[in-house]
Ligand binder design. Sequence first.
Ligand SMILES: Nc1ncnc2c1ncn2[C@@H]1O[C@H](COP(=O)(O)OP(=O)(O)OP(=O)(O)O)[C@@H](O)[C@H]1O
Ligand SMILES: [Mg+2]
Length: 238
Amino acid sequence: MTQKTLEISNISTRYGQIPMLMNVSLEIRKGHIACVLGANGAGKTTLLKTILGMVKADTGSIKLNGESIDHLPTHKRVEKGIAMAAAAFGTLHKMTVEKNLKMGAYYINDNKLLNERLEQVYQSFPILKERLNQKAGTLSGGERTMLTIARAVINKPTLLMLDEPSLGLAPIMVEEVFRVIKKLNEKDNMTILLVEQNAQKALDVSHYGYVIQKGQIVFKGEPDELRSSEYVENPVAG
Ligand SMILES: Nc1ncnc2c1ncn2[C@@H]1O[C@H](COP(=O)(O)OP(=O)(O)OP(=O)(O)O)[C@@H](O)[C@H]1O
Ligand SMILES: [Mg+2]
């Protein structure tokens, strides 16, 4: 049987009286990248927050590696291996890149292991290695995005969730960010839930995709099925 890292069934949430997610179901196979595509306000970040337990689900269930996590508070879900990287979570601007990474790895007590993990992160994110002693607040937007991802990756999460990593970046950095995402998946076998508005780029690295509109999954399928669906705009050739 195929192993599923994440299985969400019929999740519904609301903000006060206003329904947000409605009967959302989604799953990610171990070792895969699944993307969730949707416009502003569709409920993408709410979905990630619900998986982390930061937003309460009224109905439905969430399983990580076959085990229910519904009853767990956010910090326990993090301990179970769910990591989220989002621009909104920011970096500690007055601290160096290295210190930010160490904060991300706060639960690693063993210095040898910590140094090993830092070394692995520098290999995946060479751009950060060059800037270890630079304050995070002085990084470029792209470098800061890399730092937020690296900070999540240093714990070798079971599930890495990325909330619009390409947002606001120059095209060359967008390429670089997606290259890193693909490498994390292919080289480190990391399972990734990728939330994006950049459908084309997201589909290029994903194994499976979902489209969310107004809190509902309206389409799902292989990247090619999404590309040829009415939900994904194809760029004009040339
Ligand atoms: N804490 C909150 N209280 C009330 N409404 C909220 C709250 N957070 C989000 N919303 C609303 O829920 C809807 C979905 O928000 P969400 O942040 O999940 O969208 P999104 O798909 O991530 O959008 P974006 O692409 O702009 O990040 C929006 O209409 C938003 O205004
Ligand atoms: Mg969002």
